[in-house]
Design a protein around this ligand. Structure first.
Ligand code: PMV
Length: 366
């Protein structure tokens, strides 16, 4: 597939108006994407668990414009209220996807979004938000072309979502999604996320992710700025190589269900991501004292009990605690007894691996 495969036919006639709705989940990277090239091309490959509970639901109403202009015509509502500060980001997104969705300038859109997770939880909603919007936009194209096959729909919606926010391309399908060209995975591509093509042991099919909300406020440095700082970063070359290597190592780990090796890779990836931040120019630190306190306690618990619980981090202070279904009860108990005290107002979110985005309207099979 190349970019050209995603250009929609121009000469079809679109309906005058309509409504579509999709719900897309968030995802948590195991091998992290950090650093990008122009056009939202990742500097290194990544892989993530698709989540289930943390998701964005978007309703998109569209109405044909009497006099289409050069500008995009849309309004954005978040949790029922107009949200003008999102308009510039959405304009950039529309500009980027317009070559692949030629109808965009012919309609007025009302975008209405809602997150399942608390608004100020410090959880980035760009992945699930951009994925849900991309799915809605592509749904309009599919209404004109009902034969569009499911794989093409999945690939193009991931491709569009990537143009909104890189990691959003891993929020379309489930349950383990890989993105970024890498020699060990034949079908891998920089253009969209693919379902992990190799065998995955059942232990990795029902993983849990309990998200400890250490800090719910705005991040000091955005991920866009952080990606930018990988340009000219003294350790960038080594880091990008390491990501390829870790994906290759994961192949056997997933195949045989090697939890010990999985933990080594995932925790090292999380700390490497933050090490890159701490060694950028300018340098910055997103972890907080409670982030480190939680990490220490996880290590201690694992050493004492042998239970395969581990952590990963996003570009923020919150901690994702990962563990398989078989040890769920013990892990939840440990989290409640020892870790919740380090969360802002004791808040955390219980999530688990999910199967990808779902269409809400028109309802499937109608
Ligand atoms: O998709 P972005 O531009 O918000 O970048 C996401 C970066 C990380 O969350 C830190 C890593 C990843 O692969 O999701």
């Amino acid at each position: 597939m190349t970019e050209n495969d995603f250009v929609a036919p121009e000469e079809v006639s679109y309906p005058d108006s309509g409504t579509v709705a999709w719900k897309a989940p968030s995802n948590i990277a195991l091998v992290k994407y950090w650093g990008k090239l122009p056009n939202q091309i990742p500097a290194n490959p990544s892989i993530s668990f698709t989540l289930d509970a943390c998701a964005t639901r978007t309703i998109l109403e569209f109405q044909k414009l009497e006099k289409p202009g050069d500008q995009f015509s849309f309004e954005f509502f978040f949790e029922g209220k107009p949200k003008p500060d999102f308009i510039p980001k959405l304009n950039v997104f529309f500009e980027r996807v317009a070559p692949y969705l030629p109808f965009l300038r012919q309609f007025h859109f009302k975008i209405d979004s809602l997150n399942s997770f608390p608004h100020s939880s410090g959880i980035a909603s760009s992945a699930s938000g951009m994925a849900a919007l991309s799915l809605c936009l592509l749904e309009i194209e599919r209404q004109l072309n009902p034969e569009m096959d499911a794989l093409y729909f999945e690939q193009k919606s991931s491709f569009l979502a990537r143009l909104g926010s890189g990691s959003a391309c891993r929020s379309i399908a489930g349950d383990l999604i890989q993105w970024g060209k890498t020699p060990s995975i034949d079908k891998s591509t920089d253009l969209y996320g693919i379902r992990y093509p190799f065998e995955v042991h059942r232990d990795f099919k029902n993983y849990h992710d309990t998200i400890l909300l250490v800090h719910k406020g705005q991040k000091m440095v955005s991920s866009t700025e952080g990606h930018g700082l990988m340009q000219g970063h003294p350790f960038a070359g080594q880091r990008f190589q390491q990501a390829h290597k870790n994906l290759e190592r994961l192949q056997e780990v997933f195949g045989i269900g090697d939890l010990e090796e999985f933990i080594k890779i995932v925790e090292s990836e999380a700390l490497t991501l933050h090490a890159m931040m701490m060694t950028s120019q300018p340098y910055f630190v997103l972890m907080l004292p409670n982030t480190l306190e939680i990490i220490q306690r996880i290590w201690q618990f694992r050493k004492e009990t042998g239970i395969p619980l581990c952590f990963t981090l996003d570009a923020g202070a919150n901690v994702h605690v990962l563990y398989p279904q078989s040890v769920k009860e013990r892990c939840i108990q440990f989290i409640q007894d020892e870790l919740v005290a380090y969360c802002e107002n004791g808040h955390y979110i219980c999530d688990r691996i999910g199967q990808g985005a779902r269409r809400m309207f028109p309802q499937p099979n109608t």
